[in-house]
Design a protein around this ligand. Structure first.
Ligand code: FAD
Length: 491
């Protein structure tokens, strides 16, 4: 077994890991980042599109794992998209250098200030809205679609129809910023550059256009010369040593998931940025297997960010439906958050299936009235989730209200084509919480009962933030790492 001694290890290269890596490297610290997924840029393997799922489409599976229409068989490969199946919920996560930024839709939404204040009463909201949110919008290269392009482009008919129908039903719509470079998209449309968003590329990775973390934070961190990224390195368990340092048991694999080497890493400082489910798995599993100390708040205050998918069929079938050609990048949202009875936000989502299916797809984000809890089951070596229909009852009610109101004003039916009963209560893209800031950690993400362990990822957010979460995850990570460095935690 190969032994490695390094001062600082970060586990996971998603938003929390990428922010931590950049700020520590800028402060002159040497950092090793361990990522279980593949470094796609280095491997030079192209991402697959939605219509032809290939190598990048699934994490070591025999069949594709999109939310619907999985008719494709695959040769297992360390793809970008993984799905964790629990009894009442399926959770999709990104794998690879860049984490969720490789697979997500790039929607870069700043939360409503009133809700941010409600979720994080102890944070200085003014500082977040004046400093951290603008900072991450710049670092992540957030931009907005040109309104004229949106109006003219046939690939955005689904958005124009979606917005017109929402207005007719009395709902308010908003423009949604994104990290996809819209100037690039305009060139795609004019056939001046290779197509990505206009070629059904999204949840299996984008070959062009999208400013994922490998193009932003991680690239900048590598440019300092202080960062080493080891891909296809999965941390299996963590141990606490007598001198308060950590030992990590790590398995390196090839792209078919077969073991290449087992390695041991010793580090003084450890940052967990393995994503909500990855970080919880590491903490709870290590606790069960080697008595790793954790506090009683770990696993608690978990939520699906109110994710609830739904859709409508027969949307204007006679006047051309939602369009055969669709961009994969969403730019429209319906904002019903201020309705006291049915508060929700929903993305007007694309459904690029290569033909006009006259179907509108919506990913609702609701409040989470009843939180869940994550635990570890030793015999099966897997996480369990205390979460069932009672947790999503109010979300279903909101979806029902929304679909009824839309159909009444515009025609159409609840989408039985996409989901059983027309509702995808079990679809989750935004797992959050379980290691909540100020509860399981101190005010800056340092784990309670530990001197050298930090958590910086989605698990810090208590299960809900009211909009798509990566802007918030990035801003919280910036806030925490800045203060941890100031407090000389890494000196
Ligand atoms: P992640 O980005 O999940 O990164 C964690 C990383 O750690 C991963 O790369 C993982 O492989 C690695 N890892 C895990 N365990 C280990 C281990 N044991 N050893 C080594 N490495 C490990 N959010 C938005 O704001 N806007 C959107 O438009 C949007 N669309 C989405 C679409 C899809 C299909 C999905 C799945 C998510 C979407 N999200 C979106 C959610 C967003 O991507 C996540 O909230 C975000 O990526 C979470 O960031 P994170 O830093 O917590 O961890």
């Amino acid at each position: 077994v190969e032994n490695n001694d390094v001062p600082i290890v970060i586990i996971g290269s998603g938003y929390g890991g990428a922010v931590s890596a950049l700020r520590l490297c800028e402060a002159g610290k040497k950092v090793v980042l361990l990522e279980m997924g593949l470094n796609w840029e280095k491997a030079g393997i192209p991402f697959s599109n939605l219509l032809k799922p290939g190598k990048s489409s699934a994490w070591l599976k025999n069949k594709s794992i999109a939310p619907f229409m999985n008719i494709f068989s695959l040769t297992p490969f360390t793809g970008t998209l993984d799905r964790l199946d629990f009894d009442h919920i399926k959770i999709w996560v990104g794998r690879g250098v860049g984490g969720g930024s490789l697979v997500n839709g790039g929607m870069a939404v700043t939360p409503k200030e009133s809700y941010f204040r409600e979720v994080f009463p102890d944070l200085d909201a003014e500082k977040f809205y004046n400093y951290y949110f603008p900072l991450v919008q710049e670092e992540l290269k957030v931009n907005v679609i040109d309104e004229q392009f949106l109006k003219d482009c046939p690939y955005y008919k689904f958005t124009r129809v979606g917005e017109a129908e929402a207005h007719k039903a009395g709902f308010k719509t908003i423009r949604v910023p994104n990290v996809y470079d819209f100037k690039y998209m305009e060139k795609e449309f004019r056939n001046e550059v290779p197509r990505s968003a206009l070629n059904t590329e999204v949840i299996y990775g984008n070959n062009h256009g999208k400013n994922s973390l490998d193009k932003t934070y991680l690239r900048k961190a590598l440019e300092t010369g202080n960062l080493e990224i080891l891909d296809l390195h999965r941390v299996q368990t963590i141990q606490l040593n007598d001198d308060k340092s950590y030992t990590l048991n790590v398995r390196q694999t090839d792209t078919s998931g077969v073991m290449i080497a087992d390695k041991v890493f010793h580090c003084k400082k450890l940052i967990l940025s393995a994503g909500t489910m990855g970080t919880l798995q590491l903490l709870l599993q290590s606790h069960a297997e080697n008595g790793f100390p954790i506090n009683e708040k770990i696993g608690k205050n978990w939520g699906n960010n109110g994710n609830f998918m739904t859709g409508r069929n027969w949307v204007k079938p006679l006047s051309g439906g939602t369009g055969a050609k669709q961009s994969t990048i969403p730019v429209g949202g319906i904002d019903n958050w201020d309705d006291p009875e049915h508060p929700f936000f929903t993305e007007i989502a694309p459904l690029p299936m290569g033909m006009d299916v006259a179907t509108s797809l919506y990913l609702l984000i609701n409040r989470v009235d009843k939180k869940g809890e994550v635990a570890y089951h030793k015999a099966s070596q897997s996480l369990t989730l205390n979460w069932d229909e009672s947790n999503t009852a109010k979300m279903r009610e909101n979806a029902q209200y929304f679909i009824r109101k839309m159909n009444k004003a515009n025609g159409g039916t609840r989408s039985h084509l996409l989901f059983n009963n027309g509702f995808g209560a079990d679809i989750c893209y935004h797992p959050l919480g379980g290691c909540v800031l100020g509860e399981a950690t101190n005010e800056y993400g340092k784990l309670k009962d530990h001197e050298n362990l930090y958590v910086l990822d989605g698990s810090l957010i208590p299960g809900t933030i009211g909009v798509n979460p990566f802007v918030t995850i990035t801003a919280i990570a910036e806030y925490c790492i800045e203060n941890l460095i100031k407090q000389k935690e890494f000196a």
